[in-house]
Each structure stands twice: as C-alpha cells, then as structure tokens.
Design a protein around this ligand. Structure first.
Ligand code: NAD
Length: 456
C-alpha cells in the first residue's frame, strides 16, 4: 500500500483536465463538476462502483495515521489512538453497494421490483469532531448509492478535510472512476455552505453537526438528512455488574475525550449502589473531585461568564482540565467525575469534554424519568447497565433514542466492539438512524403485471 500514501502539504487544485483533486474555490464550479461526475458514475455500472469503493477503502487505510495525526493537530481535540480506530471503522465498516440491493415481490399478479436509485448530487456539511472519518463514511455511502458529493468542510478542520477529499478523488480515478466524484470547497464559510444548500443542482443535503446546521438543512426546502447533537445519559441500576459498568462508562466517555455525539455525558445511578460505582470508576481511570469547592472551580473553568460552554476545553485531555484547576493528574486518567444535582449545567447541556457528572436517583423509575428529560428529545444515544431485562426494556421504550446500548460503552452502538455496520452519521432528527448507502437513495417501484409467474 506504500504507493497510496500521501504526503502532508496542503493540496493544490488540478483544474482543466489532468487528475483533479476535487478542490474548488467556487460553489458553482464544484457543483457543476460533481454533477458531471455523477452522470459518469451511473453510466459505469455496479461492478465498477464496487471497484471504486474498494480503491477508496485501500487509499484510506494507507493514510489513516497521517489523517488521524493531522486531525488532532489541526482541531486540537480528541485522541490520536481513538481517531485511528474511528478511521478504521469509517473506512472498513461502512457498507458498500451490497446495501442497495433491490427488493422483489412475486405472486399471482406478476413481478414487482423495488430499486434504490441515486438522488444525484449531495451536499454534505461535516463536523470538526470527526472531519476526515465523516468524509470517508459519507462519500463511501454516497458513491455506493450512485450519488456524487460536494463537501462543505468545517472551518476548524479544513486542511484535514481537504486532504481526505484529495486522497479519495485520486483513489476514485485510479479505479477508472470519474474525476470530481467527491469535491470540496477550499475555503469553509457559512456563506459558501448556504450557497451549496441553495444550488439548483444539489438534490440532497446531509448535515452532520450541531443544532444550527441541522436546522439550516431542514429549512432548505430540499430532501435533507440531519445528524445532530446528543446528551447521552448512562443509567446504572442496583442489579448492574458494577466493576464492568464503571469500566465501560469510563471507556465510553474517555474515548476521544468525549467529543463524540454518542459518548456518555452524565451518569444516573440508583442510590443503593452509587458509592460502589463511584469507587469502581475511580479504579478504572476516572479522577474524582473531592468536594463542592472543586466542582465549583471546574464549573467556572468549563463555562463562560454568560453560562455557555467554554470552547477552550472542548476535546482536551482530562489532564489539561485538571492542570488548569491546579490538580496534578496521572497519565492513566481519562475522565473527571463529580457528584452534582440533576440541574447542573454539565448535566443539562452537551459538553464535549471528558467530564462525567454523577446524579444519584432513589430508584430506577426516577432514573428513567430523569434520563428522558436530560436527553432532551435529541433521540440520539442512551446506555444502561443492568441485569434486569424489564428495566432495560422500560428505559429503551421511554427514551426512544436512535442508539440504545445495554451493558457496554456507547461506542459499541456504532459498530466499534459491537455488532453491526459502522457509521459516522447518526440521523436521529430525520429518522434514518445510523446512515448507510440506502439512506441516500430514492425508492422506485417497477411493476410487471401478470404473465411472469414462474411458479404456475
Ligand atoms: P458545528 O455545528 O459547529 O459545525 C458543523 C458544520 O456546520 C460546520 O461546517 C459549520 O461551519 C457549519 N454550520 C454551522 N451552522 C451553519 C449554518 N447555519 N448554515 C450552514 N452551515 C453551518 O458542529 P461541530 O462543532 O463540528 O460538531 C459537534 C456537534 O456535532 C456536536 O453537537 C455533536 O454532537 C454533533 N455531531 C453529531 C453527529 C451525529 O452523527 N449525529 C456526528 C458528529 C457530531
């Protein structure tokens, strides 16, 4: 795979013929190029599409370490080793063309075929929290579905996004695919993102990010898929295997310093086992703040005077936050834990930091009610640690999240250490769930009436 490896400098454009890298200054040029590429793609047939996707996976795998490193350096968020795992998940476990197999109905009245067709050109807005992984997941899905993709990069992750697009573009061409099947804008501005949304040749919009961008695509008047924020609670009842629950919760929240939308953001624990769970968490890589004064200092540090999230600490290691509080912390610490009432700001709001506020509840019923309220209708992710199947079923029914993980870290729910395909885009608000190529297709029913029933 050595020949697929890319060097690090910022990509240059390749306009007018030669192998293009898919990077454009103007929205109109980018969309027109992607529009033409999509026409070529569908003319090539499914076998070729599969070979193109295989080339994208190979080129991605050859560049994982470089992309993961660039991502940490550019965004200043998350953890290199976790970004490597996320890249593997996106590149290898995103389904391909097999995901758009047709459905068939055959009976007395003939044969009906349900085919999945492309939309055309998709506009994709990508986040800073998984910029390159999201480009890989979204473009593998889009191309498997027969679409081309115009990427609007996050301003805080522009270089790594452009690098991923360049790698993908060259991979597509190496497999005989069209130039500019995946394109990206060199400069990332809200103005340009909004031009993409309005462009008449964009048929589908996909937003992976915070509430603002989801709202923007949903009000575009076009077919839009929104993958928005979450505030996943972890509920622990008195039947749980406490050492395992503690390890899983710390692992889930510590992964990527909790910048993941799916990461455990607060723990609700039944009073009867709260002390034991906290002690186990402290043995499993969590740092326990010792009193209310320390909790107040932490709260002041991670919020602004206006009561907003202090962006300086998003995605930083627990050691950085503890150091800013004057607390030395050993290397193995992954998250900071502390007890607070349920109305504490770090419980109510999505803090993309390795913080795990712990709230005691009198019993599982109170825990379920509170968790539903804290999740805030995002319908994103929740986890539960319990051996009581009735309790788990009641919680799953009440919270109605897209991902519900039982007795494991949250990332098991996206195929990392759990069964199922991998995804980087979890479309809760619009209901597609964990996106795969079929999420980006239109359904066509083709009916052949009578005269074709091989059974009679
Ligand atoms: P963000 O919302 O700050 O940015 C996302 C992108 O949207 C950026 O390119 C930004 O410039 C653009 N944008 C923002 N508002 C816009 C508007 N009104 N019009 C056009 N473009 C706009 O997101 P982020 O900080 O990079 O990512 C973190 C957020 O994304 C968290 O809330 C996280 O939970 C969520 N997230 C969700 C998923 C999911 O699959 N559901 C995946 C990753 C991240």
């Amino acid at each position: 795979m050595e020949h697929l490896k890319q060097k690090n400098p910022a990509p240059t454009n390749g306009p007018g013929g030669g192998p293009g890298n898919g990077i454009f200054d103007e929205v109109n040029e980018a969309v027109e190029a992607a529009w033409l590429a999509q026409k070529h793609l569908i003319a090539l047939g499914l076998e070729k599409r599969e070979r193109i996707i295989e080339a994208m996976r190979q080129a991605g795998m050859a560049n994982v370490e470089m992309l993961a490193r660039m991502e940490v350096e550019e965004t200043g968020m998350g953890r290199y080793e976790d970004k490597v795992l996320k890249h593997h998940l996106a590149i290898l476990r995103t389904p391909g063309v097999e995901d758009i197999r047709p459905e068939v109905f055959s009976g007395d009245h003939g044969l009906t075929l349900v085919e999945r067709l492309p939309f055309g050109v998709a506009g994709c807005i990508t986040p800073s929290t998984a910029p390159s992984e999201t480009v890989f997941h979204n473009t593998i899905c889009m191309i498997a579905a027969g679409n081309s993709a115009v990427i609007s990069p996050h301003p805080a992750a522009k270089n790594v996004t452009l690098k991923a697009v360049e790698i993908l573009n060259l991979a597509v061409q190496s497999a005989g695919g069209p130039v500019n099947l995946v394109v990206c804008l060199r400069e990332a501005t809200l103005q340009k993102a909004s031009e993409i949304m309005k462009h008449p040749k964009i048929n589908l919009l996909l937003a992976t990010g915070g509430p603002g961008v989801v709202e923007a695509v949903l009000s575009s008047g076009k077919k839009a898929i929104g993958a928005g924020p979450g505030n996943p609670p972890a509920l622990v009842d008195e039947t749980a295997d406490l050492p395992k629950a503690a390890r899983d919760i710390v692992a889930g929240a510590g992964f990527e310093n909790d910048i993941q939308c799916i990461g455990e953001k607060e723990v609700l624990v039944v009073e009867q086992v709260a002390d034991r769970l906290i002690a186990e968490m402290a043995k499993s890589g969590a740092y326990l703040l010792k009193d209310e004064k320390e909790v107040d200092r932490l709260t002041k540090l991670v919020t602004t005077p206006e009561g907003q999230v202090n962006k300086d600490y998003i995605g930083k290691d627990a050691q950085v936050i503890l150091h800013a509080m004057g607390i030395p912390a050993p290397d193995h610490i992954r998250v900071i834990i502390y007890e607070v009432p349920a109305n504490h700001i770090t419980v109510r709001e999505e803090f993309l930091m390795p913080l795990l506020p712990i709230v005691r509840v009198k019993d599982v019923d109170e825990g379920i009610e509170l968790a539903v309220c804290i999740e805030g209708g995002c319908r994103h992710t929740a986890t539960m640690h319990s051996k009581n199947v009735d309790n788990m079923t009641r919680f799953a029914r009440a919270i109605q999240t897209t991902i519900f993980v039982k007795n494991g870290p949250s990332y098991n729910g996206v195929g990392l250490g759990g069964e199922g395909y991998g995804t980087m885009t979890i479309a809760g608000p619009t209901g597609e769930g964990l996106t795969s190529p079929r999420s980006f297709t239109r359904v066509q029913r083709c009916t052949l009436v009578e005269g074709f029933n091989l059974r009679s």
